[in-house]
Design a protein around this ligand. Structure first.
Ligand code: GCO
Ligand code: CA
Length: 263
């Protein structure tokens, strides 16, 4: 009986930005726990179709759609279509996000705005039509993908850190407003993971690569699969009294000030 708490059979999960990387891994984890999946991308139909095929190859009932989470009209249409043609959305994972590593004084205002719009405002626009329906049904789960940068800054990621810091507080406000409707809203804060987003700073010899391995008590980069258990927990009945929390899956980075390089 114990594992029925984590059973997602009969649930539909919508994961944004899930054509690759962490979003894809979380979609797979939710699917392995029994959920039906709708994954989204924002630009490439081919990437969405390939990701859906990969999930289906693993026996997961997956569907795909293409829209820009920052476009309210596109979001409204997509949510309506999913709820009509697939199923009501029980679990929303707001994962879509971009990063621009540019020192603040060199960043164009447009670059700043694009990061804030996608990573923060996109969660506002994506969540509202989904949660309105969750409230009508009396239950729902929202998981916002935050970051190490919800807690710590780093040179050259000002817009990303501001957005992810804001997303931590948006998560708490969503939790506050929607708990009475039995909609739980939590965040997952990934540490440093081996994905295409971090590929540029993970190459052998890049100073960040050694730094992160040294700065992470677990002594390694995260693998996307490391997020699956936390995603299932926050998407399942097991977390019905957990809301407004950010669960950091970071190999211990946030627990420590680190140690001298040669220790
Ligand atoms: C960076 C990295 C980080 C990670 C992740 C950490 O440039 O520092 O890309 O931002 O992507 O967000 O949680
Ligand atoms: Ca520039």
């Amino acid at each position: 009986m114990a594992n029925s708490l984590f059973d997602l059979n009969g649930k539909l999960a919508l994961v944004t930005g899930a054509t690759h990387g962490l979003g894809m891994a979380m979609a797979e984890g939710l699917g392995n726990a029994g959920a039906k999946l709708v994954i989204t991308g924002h630009s490439s139909r081919e990437k969405v179709d390939a990701a859906v095929a990969a999930l289906r190859d693993k026996g997961i009932d997956a569907h795909g759609t293409l829209f820009d989470v920052t476009d309210e009209a596109q979001v409204a249409d997509a949510v309506g279509q999913i709820e009509r043609e697939v199923a009501p959305i029980d679990i929303l994972v707001n994962n879509a996000g971009i990063i621009k590593r540019v020192p603040m004084l060199e960043m164009d205002l447009g670059e700043w705005q694009q990061v804030i719009d996608t990573n923060l405002t996109g969660v506002f626009t994506m969540s509202r039509p989904v949660v309105k329906r969750m409230i009508e049904r009396g239950a729902g789960k929202v998981i916002n993908i935050c970051s190490m940068m919800s807690e710590l800054g780093r040179d050259s990621v000002s817009a990303y850190a501001a957005a992810k810091g804001g997303l931590k507080m948006l998560t708490r406000n969503m939790a506050t407003e929607w708990a009475k409707h039995n909609v739980q809203v939590n965040g997952i804060g990934p540490g440093y993971f081996a994905t295409s987003q971090t590929a540029p700073i993970r190459v052998d010899g890049h100073p960040m690569n050694e730094f992160i391995i040294g700065r992470t008590p677990a002594g390694r980069w995260g693998n996307p699969e490391d997020l699956q258990g936390t995603a299932v927990f926050l998407a399942s009945e097991a977390s019905n009294f957990v809301t407004g929390q950010i669960v950091y899956v970071d190999g211990g980075i946030l627990a420590t000030i680190g140690k001298p390089a040669n220790e």
